[in-house]
Design a protein around this ligand. Structure first.
Ligand code: GDP
Ligand code: MG
Length: 315
């Protein structure tokens, strides 16, 4: 165990992968191994920058992460990538997609890539994902990129995972625009109209105007030119400008103290989530037999009222 912990601290990729596996395990004993390690190194949790890349399947999140990751690596950053894409579980294609779209990034030193967990306990988002991020912070990765779908995942979850939320949008206009919920549009910090190349370039330009208008209505004080971009992960032009805006955003948040205040809020969110889950597990276990009695009564044809359930739980 000591060797494993030392490995994580030395950015050994296999060691971090193992620790993440403990964290994602369905056994509480395993989770506790990862959790204890986090507790012992909590002074490192203020480190790193966490960016969430969201958007519908096929919009190009993995490709964008590859482009951004390779660029940031060229600036000397170490990169960790976590992918939380519930669709990759359903469509094998996406899993292949993740791997084949990050070939260059995955071949570089100091890059850790973790694809979607194969079994998700919370309908798409592994409940321990936030702790994977903490593990990567402790391992010392400068930039942590999290691929999230943002559809079928609530905006509160995505928002609570990152320091900045980048939403990728399709170069399409009007109603077919995106299948993205208003809530997701509202919590995004950056909007990138993706695939702005070749035949899609004009559509992307049009789309950018539309997005600018609708975002202006949602967030009147947002600096549009520093938050909305058209970009192609094939051509990769202008990544430096996008990155400059993201850094400015982060620096501003650090300057006015909202950066760490937000992280504390996020910790409270995950604490509440964990507390409730553990409390539920505890009561379900404790009341197993009383539950069974009521279930048997239903089998015998009886109607179980809310009053009876309430009494059963509280007595
Ligand atoms: N034209 C174009 N196609 C892209 C771009 N980025 C990704 N794609 C293609 O879009 C498809 C989905 O990409 P992927 O990164 O797997 O999307 P994800 O499901 O959002 O992760 C793939 O066929 C990519 O080759 C881009 O910037 N321009
Ligand atoms: Mg993907």
């Amino acid at each position: 165990m000591e060797k494993l912990e030392e490995g994580v601290l030395n950015k050994n990729i296999a060691a971090l992968a193992r620790m993440v596996t403990f964290n994602e395990s369905t056994r509480l004993e395993d989770n506790i191994i990862a959790d204890r390690f986090i507790e012992q190194h909590q002074e490192k949790l203020d480190n790193s920058i966490v960016l969430s890349i969201s958007g519908i399947p096929g919009v190009g999140k993995s490709s964008f992460i590859e482009a951004l990751g390779v660029y940031l690596h060229s600036l000397g950053c170490s990169i960790a990538v976590f992918s939380i894409d519930p669709s990759s579980e359903l469509t094998q294609g996406s899993i292949l997609g993740d791997k084949t779209r990050m070939t260059e990034l995955s071949s570089l030193d100091h890059v850790f890539i973790r694809p979607s967990p194969t079994s998700n306990r919370l309908g798409g988002l592994g409940i321990n994902t936030h702790k994977n991020i903490e593990l990567a912070k402790i391992a010392g990765y400068d930039i942590i990129l999290v691929e999230t779908v943002g559809v079928g995942q609530s905006e509160t979850i995505v928002k609570n995972l990152c320091d900045a939320f980048i939403l990728l949008l399709m170069p399409a206009s009007g109603d077919e625009l995106q299948g993205i919920k208003k809530g997701i549009m509202e919590v995004a910090d950056f909007y990138i109209i993706h695939k702005a190349d070749g035949e899609l370039l004009n559509a992307a330009k049009l789309s950018k105007k539309e997005i600018e208008n609708s975002v202006h209505l949602l967030k009147s004080n947002l600096n549009i030119s520093e938050s909305i971009f058209a970009f192609s992960s094939v051509e990769k032009l202008g990544l430096d400008i996008i990155w400059k805006s993201i850094m400015k955003f982060i620096d501003t948040k650090k300057g006015n103290k909202t950066f760490y205040a937000t992280r504390i809020q996020q910790r409270i969110h995950w604490f509440k989530e964990t507390y409730e889950r553990m409390m539920l597990m505890h009561y379900l276990e404790k009341g197993k037999e009383k539950y069974k009695v009521l279930e048997d009564e239903i089998k015998a044809g009886k109607y179980i009222s809310l009053n009876e359930i309430q009494e059963n739980i509280t007595n």
